[in-house]
Design a binder for this molecule. Sequence first.
Ligand code: TAP
Length: 478
Amino acid sequence: MANVFEYAPAPESRAVVNIAPSYGLFIDGEFAPGSEGKVFKSVSPSSEEVLSEVAQATADDVDRAVKAARKAFEKWSALPGAERAKYLFRIARIIQERSRELAVLESLDNGKPIRESRDADLPLVAAHFFYYAGWADKLDHAGYGPNPRPLGVAGQVIPWNFPLLMLAWKIAPALATGNTVVLKPAETTPLSALFFADICRQAGLPKGVVNIITGDGSTGAELVAHPHVNKVAFTGSTAVGKAIARTVAGTDKKVTLELGGKAANIVFDDAPIDQAVEGIVNGIFFNQGQVCCAGSRLLVQESVQDELLDALKRRMATLRVGDPLDKNTDIGAINSAEQLARITALVEAGEAEGAERWAPACELPASGYWFAPTLFTGVTQAHRIAREEIFGPVLSVLTFRTPEEAVAKANNTPYGLSAGIWTEKGSRILWMASRLRAGVIWSNTFNKFDPASPFGGYKESGFGREGGRHGLEAYLNV
Ligand code: TAP
């Protein structure tokens, strides 16, 4: 297992990336097997092919990784910001140079269409490192007073929906502010984080500044609870977020939680219908709907319901579901058999509760995990498909008559991560935006991200902000 970047030949279809048959943990600048030698398989959700075997970290391994990060912290935090920036710029440039390889890897391990990993995930990953590299020598001017200090070791746990992008959101601000990192990727998508470890070596990053430990939820729980972790950053389900909040309660660890969502995409009768349809499709089918800020509830003004739904169904019938590595694919594979089972169960609940299910005729591949783009009409606010995060390509349609009703329905959720507003009236956008309880509000667009813009939720969508100047605060004593 040990040195993993000695590659095995890859099948021709994915020759741009060489995936080793096994990977160790990346601790203190070296790849090495886990202390008990246990491994788990990373499977491609589009083919069910085993891509690689990955080490399962034990409590001992977590402890070694945290100690390596602690040791590296002394020198890393003492470096002048401009020196730390050089490493971050170098990492950003290597990501750009290796972006084809990383995009194919991400599509293989996660199942997302290559068009998305190539044109959305990878450019944003590089942009985050460039953006936070720019802050590293300007922390005194970030508005937190003179000489803000790093926290220490950041324990970061990330989900499988945007594996490399969530890593960038976590690692770039942590390093820019002088912290060191132990990161645990999700069990179903560990590979891009291990390739990132190789990029850290390529960039000459000092040993121990970034450590990657692979494992299951128990590894995440060990990391969060480790007494020498000073800061916990988590993105994932609200249930695990609450468990983490309980673990750190009463300790001096600083925490940011970015959790689930049930966003309303609100279409008024004066909205340009074709443009709104594109925004709705992007809002719910981007990344197979496995997006915390997905526009999973469509709120449409009653007077344009029929026109909008006709246009939306015509557009949905053109979506191609299939091979993530085909550039014409719009909807790739669902990330895991477990996630597919969760989506299927909620869709069945939608039908059982009386909502009307519609999907275009579409052939799904024989192997792998797939779900056709699906629309539910006749949905009420009491239905589970209107209340629970489905995290799949499933849209629940509700209607409203007045802006007041739209606000009330949009806010009728335990979540508060994002929302979309479609109307020609600027005054109405501002009126709505000041009343919607959501951390991010898009108008006449959806799913637009920028490293300079803070992202985060209200209510059970979590707390703390990632991105922008606000994202620095989570990693600083100010
Ligand atoms: P989670 O269990 O929350 O997984 C997120 C990360 O936390 C993974 O790295 C996971 O490791 C780790 N983890 C699991 N249990 C942990 C614990 N007790 N302590 C610390 N870390 C722990 O999400 P999931 O099970 O993959 O997905 C379940 C549902 O969560 C989805 O259907 C979806 O609704 C929601 N979800 C939301 C988001 C966002 S961005 N809001 C992202 C993913 C999932 P393992 O992967 O190894 O279990």
